[in-house]
Design a protein around this ligand. Sequence first.
Ligand code: BJW
Length: 250
Amino acid sequence: MSETPRLRIDDDTWLLVLTGAGVSAESGIPTFRDAGGLWEQHRVEDVASPEGFARDPALVWRFYSQRRAGMASARPNAGHRAIAAIEERLGDRFLLATQNIDALHKDAGSERVVELHGNLYTSRCTVCDRPPFEDREAYPDGKLPGCGQCSARGDFALLRPHIVWFGEMLDPADMDRVQDFLLAAERHRLVFLAAGTSGAVYPAAGFVDAARRLGGETWLVNAEPAANTSAFEHFVEGPSGTVLPALFAT
Ligand code: BJW
């Protein structure tokens, strides 16, 4: 890794950070597309699409139950902590949009967080309009969890993980939060920084273009070039747990 370049953060800086699976890799959580990643062991369309869930909900629940169990002991790393620390410095001039569902940013102390792809420890009913609720259960293999509210009425209704799968819309309120932040930042010094993401999944992969259209300075921190590296002005190649603390310390 070459010497980390300077990222200037002054009193007029508004910072939007986007994170992906790479930021949690140093906490022992597998990424998706790296060698040994989750998609090497599972077909995306089987475990992360509404069609896959309709076809085989038990397989999907096994996948997410295993991840709930596997992540239970994971702790935030230096990258998560550096992001939480810069938020403390910037306050409302900071927003974190994460594609990660592992909640490690919140564990590290981040508060202004948008979980674009949902949360591993939240479920929702596939039938009733009960709001999504906390659910840390790693269900035994083959068990199809039902909604307590529906079963109280004598109906069985399947629960599903509160995760955004391929082909599903992200929560419009989450997208609005990102958009509103960018628009508010336009009158200031906007910096957009993406870390630990392959830049392959939209709409998050397009945030860099939105930031550039608004005149923002753009940074990518990743272990290797991402699919959208050329859209960034600055690319720092290296592990986020080392690069982010150094970048934010300047
Ligand atoms: C390190 C490191 C270390 C390792 N330090 N770095 C426009 C164009 C084309 C297609 C579309 C489009 N707009 C929408 C689409 C369709 C689709 C899409 O993007 N397809 C692409 C594959 C092309 N998007 C959607 O369907 C989204 N919905 C949507 O847009 O609705 C409207 C719509 C629908 C249909 C058509 C058009 C519009 C929903 C996307 C939901 C993604 N969900 C998943 C799974 C659920 C979460 C879960 O189970 O965990 O989210 S997919 C998976 O990918 C997961 C991740 O959040 C997401 C991104 O992955 P990420 O975080 O980048 O991880 P990796 O593994 O890919 O990369 C890690 C990187 O870190 C690597 O580069 C490493 O090198 C690096 N790294 N260690 C720093 N220590």
